[in-house]
Write a protein that binds this ligand. Structure first.
Ligand code: AMP
Length: 210
């Protein structure tokens, strides 16, 4: 099964996607992570998208569509995957229909309040290895040090209150309409994403095909 995780930035979909991907033994395809990697490597794509990401804007559709299409073609995606952070616009949703080409998929929509979004994003600490912590809800064992690889944790450039609000605004304008789009196609399952990581994970498991 292909699961598409939809929700505002800070809804916890990345955290849940990582847990579920391990359980289902499928890849977690996070478009934001791929873009950040490109920026860190200073690749051509990285140079194109850096300023959009720093301002909390969507990077151009052409870039994310191509990146996602190439990633989804890889062998490891053959037996299912979790797609996190794509689609984020109507154009991306239409492109994804073509990429999936009739394959079965389910969209899981994580809903949370704006207050929770700001609190979760502003307390988030990330690691280069992909691990993510939260100073209050999911602290690392040693302050500012990654539990998984021992590297120093950092705050993402776009996790400051001003950019977080902008990302939420962009979500409301461009991504929220996709909820109705997938509802009409009978693909949408909603999950209340407030509460602890374990509470949300339990709700998630209830809607995953057994
Ligand atoms: P995320 O890690 O999912 O919070 O994404 C971080 C940033 O990457 C977003 O604020 C956008 O600038 C960019 N981004 C990630 N996914 C997409 C997408 N599907 N379309 C456009 N921009 C994206």
């Amino acid at each position: 099964m292909i699961y598409i995780f939809l929700g505002p930035p800070g809804s916890g979909k990345g955290t849940q996607a990582k847990k579920l991907a391990v359980k289902l033994n499928v890849p977690h395809v996070a478009v934001g992570d791929m873009l950040r990697e490109a920026v860190n490597k200073e690749s051509e794509i990285g140079k194109q998208v850096k300023s959009f990401m720093e301002e909390g804007k969507l990077v151009p559709d052409e870039v994310t569509i191509k990146l996602t299409e190439e990633r989804l073609k890889k062998d490891d995606c053959k037996n299912g995957l979790i797609l996190d952070g794509f689609p984020r616009s109507a154009k991306q949703a239409l492109a994804l229909d073509l990429i999936l080409d009739g394959k079965n998929f389910k969209v899981i929509y994580f809903y949370v309040s704006l207050e929770a979004v700001v609190e979760r994003n502003s307390g988030r600490l990330s690691c280069k290895c992909g691990a993510v912590f939260h100073i209050k809800y999911n602290p690392s064992k040693r302050e500012d040090i990654c539990d998984k690889c021992g590297e120093k944790l950092y705050q993402r450039n776009d996790d400051n209150p001003e950019v977080i609000r902008n990302r939420y605004k962009v979500y409301e304008e461009s991504t929220r309409p996709l909820i109705e789009f997938y509802e009409k196609k009978n693909r949408l399952v909603k999950i209340e994403a407030e509460g602890s990581i374990d509470d949300v994970y339990k709700r998630l498991l209830e809607v995953i095909d057994k």
